[in-house]
Design a binder for this molecule. Sequence first.
Ligand code: NAG
Ligand code: NAG
Length: 361
Amino acid sequence: MALTTKFLLLVISLLCSVDAYKILVVISLPGRSHGILGEGLVRHLTNAGHEVTYITPFPPKNPPNNTKVIDVSDNNKTFKGDLLNLQNMMSKRADINSMYVMIDVCLEVLRSTVANHNVQNMLRDPTQKFDVVISEWLYAELYAGFAAVYDCPLIWFLTVEPHWMVLRLIDEATNPAYSTDVLAKYLSTPLSFVQRLGSLYDRIYTYYLYHSFVYNTEEEIYNKYMVPHVNSQKYTPLDVLRYNASLMLGNSHVSLGEASSLPQSYKPIGGYHIERDVKPLPDNIKKIMDDAKHGVIYFSMGSNLKSRDFPEELKKKLLKFLGGLNQTVIWKFEEELPNRPSNVHIVSWAPQQSILGVNLN
Ligand SMILES: *[C@@H]1O[C@H](CO)[C@@H](O)[C@H](O)[C@H]1NC(C)=O
Ligand SMILES: *[C@@H]1O[C@H](CO)[C@@H](O)[C@H](O)[C@H]1NC(C)=O
């Protein structure tokens, strides 16, 4: 009898320990596309039975079971107004290709996230435990601090193609002579001699920027908002933590990016955010697509950039060009366009995945 009970207890305890983890997911950049990537991660993890705490500026209306949402929608305030405005970009008043601007914005988002009272409340809770932290890389490695607070492994999540700035965290930086990155001036390889020099210069400039500015700012934020919650015996400087990730998940796929050497700890998972069950098209768009005799072109500037901010002249030229095509055009545009050719259809919102018909079944 006693033996049977022990056996039963053993079986039950084994069943209870089937690989369900408590996972902290931190995706904090207040851009809708990052929100979609974050939701995809949470969906996969909770579907696999894990318990997820999700720090996000886009709290989902119906979070999946097993999900606790930590709302950092205040991060929206850190996007200083007009950075993602098409007009400002085209006139070069806002330069998101500038490393300096990008870093400045990201540091503000990082600070805003860890200073947020919802996050501070979580960090303060001594009963809160995590088995692993999955955190977005945002041009700085502050979030490695979460792994220190919870004394658990860290997984970096990269929203773009892998590049030298992140690969140096888990392996070694790629050679500037034959690799580029998202902010580089020269995006396609092979580089000419002059381009190689430019690439090397960019690399040196970025090193300088990090050592003169980013690391100090980051360390200051880490000391102020995270270190007070780290067990004092386990205190580790951020400069050690940033290199201590166990894995990096990347929103990339070899078919879409540059072929570069990648370490085993980098796992490309591009496409994972696409839902298996593509929702049916709404009637109005279905009709437009069914009636198209020469195929359909889908035109969208995404959610952050607004087509309505195109200069008038450019809108007119685009309309003229699109009107000359045989294909039916579906343009995600925020307002009605006067003098619109008959093959161009405006929709204020477009179910992108359904239009592109990505059907994985
Ligand atoms: C680095 O990560 C491993 C795995 O999570 C952990 O055991 C180790 O304590 C970490 N090292 C430091 C210095 O934080
Ligand atoms: C449109 O289709 C017609 C007939 O198939 C063809 O002759 C013409 O070149 C096409 N125009 C364009 C812009 O593709």
